[in-house]
Design a protein around this ligand. Structure first.
Ligand code: SF4
Length: 247
C-alpha cells in the first residue's frame, strides 16, 4: 500500500484540486467517497465535484449536536447541487449508554470523555460510512492547524484502512476564500461571526484575530490534543514518510 500511496502522491502533487478530484474518481469510481462536514473547504470540494465528478458518492455525519446554521446550509447545498447525500447518525444504544453514564455535556469534564463523545458521535459512524469504500476525499489543509502540518495529498489512513485524498492540502486560506468568492460558493454564515472551523455547537466558539483557525474547537484543551479522531494520524517509522499504523 505504501508504494500505491507514494505513486498517487507523485501523480497528484502538481495537479490542480479539480484534477485531483477527477483523478480520484477515475481511479476509484464508485469506491471513492467524499466526507463533507459543510465547512468552507468541504463546500469548495463539493462545488468541484459537481463540476468534474458529479457521480461521486457523498456523505456527512450528523452528531446530533450541530449548529442550526449547519443543518440549514446542508439543506440548501443539497438542493443547489441535487446531491444524493447520505447522512449517518450515531448508533442509538451506544449514545444512550454514554449519556446515561456520563451526562449530556460529558466533553467538558476531561479529554478522555470528550474523546469518548467524539468516538460515539463521529468516529464510529465514520467507520460505518466508509465501510464499502476503498478511498475517501477530505477537505484537510496543512495550514489549518499544528496537528495538520505534515499531511500529504494522498495518505494511508491506517485507522480506517482506506486511502485518504486531500485535494486542498496545499491551499492557504486566501486561496480558499478567493475560490469561494469567484465561484459563488455558499458557506456557513457562522464563518462571518468568527467561527472559522465549525463542528458541534457545544464544542465550537468564535476565534479572535490572529488565533489559530482551529483555536475555537475544544478551546478548553491543549492544542496538541485537538483532533476528534476522524483524522488522527500516526507518525511514520523512520525512513518511511507515508506509512501509518493502526491506532
Ligand atoms: Fe461530542 Fe463535542 Fe466531539 Fe461533538 S465535538 S462529538 S459534542 S465531544
Amino acid at each position: 500500500m505504501q508504494e500505491k500511496v507514494a505513486d498517487y502522491i507523485r501523480k497528484m502533487k502538481d495537479m490542480t484540486a479539480q484534477e485531483r478530484i477527477a483523478f480520484a474518481y477515475q481511479e476509484f469510481g464508485q469506491e471513492v467517497v467524499f466526507a463533507s462536514s459543510f465547512g468552507e473547504e468541504d463546500q469548495v470540494i463539493l462545488d468541484m465535484i459537481a463540476a468534474v465528478a458529479p457521480g461521486l458518492a457523498v456523505f456527512t455525519l450528523d452528531t446530533g449536536r450541530l449548529f442550526q446554521e449547519t443543518y440549514d446550509l446542508m439543506a440548501r447545498t443539497q438542493e443547489k447541487y441535487g446531491l444524493p447525500l447520505k447522512v449517518y447518525y450515531p448508533e442509538t444504544a451506544a449514545l444512550e449508554d454514554m449519556v446515561a453514564r456520563h451526562g449530556i455535556n460529558l466533553f467538558y469534564r476531561s479529554v478522555e470523555l470528550r474523546k469518548l463523545c467524539c468516538r460515539v458521535r463521529k468516529v464510529d459512524p465514520l467507520r460505518r460510512a466508509l465501510g464499502p469504500f476503498k478511498a475517501w476525499i477530505c477537505g484537510l489543509r496543512r495550514a489549518q492547524s499544528v496537528t495538520r502540518t505534515d499531511i500529504d495529498v494522498a495518505e494511508w489512513d491506517a485507522a480506517n484502512r482506506k486511502i485518504k485524498i486531500n485535494p486542498l492540502v496545499d491551499w492557504d486560506l486566501r486561496r480558499l476564500q478567493t475560490y469561494i468568492q469567484e465561484h459563488n460558493v455558499e458557506v456557513n454564515p457562522l464563518h462571518r461571526q468568527g467561527f472559522l472551523s465549525i463542528g458541534c455547537a457545544c464544542c465550537t466558539r468564535a476565534v479572535q484575530e490572529g488565533e489559530d483557525i482551529r483555536a475555537g474547537r475544544w478551546w478548553w484543551e491543549d492544542p496538541e490534543k485537538k483532533e476528534c479522531g476522524l483524522h488522527q494520524r500516526v507518525k511514520a517509522p523512520a525512513g518511511d514518510k507515508i506509512e501509518g499504523r493502526d491506532q
